[in-house]
Design a protein around this ligand. Structure first.
Ligand code: FAD
Ligand code: NAI
Length: 476
């Protein structure tokens, strides 16, 4: 029957569309339900990541980095450029074109793999040997049945009760990626990943950026060496004003902008006046309207679908992956869970190694890490040795003018196994992958030190940091 499937995936973000493609590759009759509409009102695949997350943010980061390079960093090469200007409309059009190309690409991939796109919002109607899912697209409703359902409904921005988001003046990620002009004064609530990435975009283009953060420390999940370096670079070096330990009291939108009233880390009442405000205080899972409660699918008190290590939910043959379940809210984690679940359904024995999922913050320089920080390893009672090496004395880094940052390796003192790697550098996102591979193969710092690294490359700094674990760096 046409509405009977082996697998129905709900949600076509990086978790869902990848799960659907892998299931279809494995010979399962697969459909993917997705109801997202883009600002033009067209239905679009790709989820948060492609529409209002990873892809558009990286496009704007790249444009703003180019602007900053041309405006401030070419002098040392003997290149003079006068009168550099930014046309925000064209920059946004470029970003939108990339998003369209990518989301249309997913449509092509689903067709190519014979995955049926069920356009609309999915909801559990009943569960049992075959689960019934209703797909609603406006007035149009259809019910499909599947042996397996994969919930990949993702997440949305968390909002604060004090700050009503209109995505014009007070914005979450959606509005902050679509400013039509550079705000003169930009306020950001939350010095997390979005606050730092989007704060950097608009600062480079000329905004005066102030970030208000509730916690008393900066980038708490990072190694302390990274926290210190990142604080120095982003505040003193780049002029982001970051205020820690604040409590947001009230946000008032006026005709000309926004006023944020807050209490600072000394308990004093303060006011921040800005033209636009970005609220980036984390994300919440999308489980409303899914019919979870009606069919007995367990959802925890924060709205996450409860799963085991292999993404099995409380219902037989119902799985959940990506941002809607525990673990880091990252596109590559969602994708890997999607592949794992499709392969489990097909009877294979895959797994996701949650200890080897890299994090990357795409600021300039970038911040990337995988595994344990030195502090966490010690708190866990592990004896460790560490090695750190700066890019400032690497020939390639000096040649490209990107010599800020370092590589730090945390290794087990007894076995030398690499437990964590932390990188601050313009190309940290690419460099971290060597560390992920070594850790996935349970390699040691000596393994990295003995592997031949091309010269002159930035990767030589990874090798020098590995040598530094044994106090035998060659170039310092
Ligand atoms: P989503 O991408 O959220 O997709 C879920 C989909 O399910 C959506 O399309 C939604 O419409 C659909 N859906 C929900 N409910 C239903 C329903 N009932 N029926 C049908 N469809 C439904 N991560 C990175 O790894 N790297 C980055 O650089 C990065 N940058 C980011 C930048 C920003 C500004 C943001 C906001 C996020 C960023 N992330 C990044 C996080 C990343 O976007 C998410 O981790 C990722 O998109 C999660 O994938 P997902 O498939 O679980 O969910
Ligand atoms: P986040 O969790 O990274 O940071 C939120 C910050 O807001 C935290 O520092 C938190 O302490 C602070 N905060 C919370 N409540 C607050 C309050 N009331 N007042 C002031 N500060 C407050 O969340 P963010 O930046 O919204 O991003 C959401 C998620 O999206 C990330 O955690 C990440 O999973 C994903 N993402 C990933 C990216 C990447 O991989 N490069 C880029 C952007 C987002």
């Amino acid at each position: 029957m046409s509405n009977e499937y082996d697998v129905v995936v709900i949600g076509a973000g990086p978790g869902g569309y990848i799960a659907a493609i892998r299931a279809a590759q494995l010979g399962l009759k697969t459909a993917c339900v997705e109801g997202w509409r883009n600002p033009k009102g067209e239905m679009a695949l790709g989820g948060t990541c492609l529409n209002v997350g990873c892809i558009p943010s990286k496009a704007l980061l790249a444009s703003s980095e180019e602007f900053e390079r041309v405006s401030h960093h070419l002098d040392e090469h003997g290149i003079t450029v006068a009168g550099a200007k930014i046309d925000v409309g064209r920059m946004q059009a470029r970003k939108d074109a990339i998003v369209t190309k990518m989301t249309k690409g997913i449509e092509f991939l689903l067709k190519k793999n014979k995955v049926t796109w069920l356009a609309g919002w999915g909801r559990f109607v009943s569960t049992g040997e075959r689960h019934a899912i209703e797909v609603a697209n406006g007035e149009k409703k259809e019910t499909v049945h599947a042996r397996h359902v994969i919930v990949a409904t993702g997440s949305k921005a968390r909002h604060l009760p004090q700050a009503a988001v209109d995505n014009v003046t007070v914005c979450d990620n959606e509005g902050a990626l679509a400013f039509p002009a550079v705000p003169r004064r930009l306020g950001v609530i939350g010095a997390g990943v979005i606050g730092l990435e989007l704060g950097s975009v608009w600062r480079r283009l000329g905004a005066e950026v102030t970030i208000l953060e509730a916690l008393p420390n900066f980038l708490g999940a990072c190694d302390e060496a990274v926290q210190k370096e990142a604080w120095k670079v982003f505040t003193k070096g780049q002029g982001l004003s970051i205020r820690l330990g604040v409590k947001i009291e009230k946000v008032t939108t006026r005709k000309t902008g926004v006023v944020v009233e807050y209490t600072d880390d000394k308990g004093l009442a303060q006011k921040l006046e800005c033209d636009k405000l970005v609220v980036s205080v984390g994300r919440v899972p999308n489980t409303e309207g899914l019919g979870a409660r009606e069919v007995g699918l367990k959802v925890d008190e924060r709205g996450f679908v409860e799963v085991d290590a292999q993404c099995r939910t409380s219902l037989p043959n119902v799985w959940a992956i990506g941002d809607v379940v525990r673990g880091p809210m990252l596109a590559h984690k969602a994708e890997d869970e999607g592949v794992m679940v499709a392969e489990l359904i097909a009877g294979q024995k895959p797994h996701v190694d949650y200890d080897c999922i890299p994090w990357i913050i795409y600021t300039s320089p970038e911040v990337a890490w995988v595994g344990l920080t030195e502090q966490k390893a010690k708190a866990d009672g592990l004896a460790v040795r560490t090695g750190q090496f700066p890019f400032a004395i690497n020939g390639r880094a000096l040649g490209t003018g990107q010599s800020q940052g370092f590589v730090k390796i945390v290794a087990d003192a007894a076995t030398d196994r690499v437990l964590g790697v932390h990188i601050v550098h313009a190309h940290a996102s690419d460099l971290i992958q060597e560390a992920v591979t070594v850790m996935e193969f349970k390699g040691s710092s000596e393994d990295i030190a003995r592997i031949c690294h091309g010269h002159p490359t930035l990767s030589e700094v990874v090798r020098e940091a590995a040598l530094a674990v044994d106090k035998r760096s060659l170039n310092s």
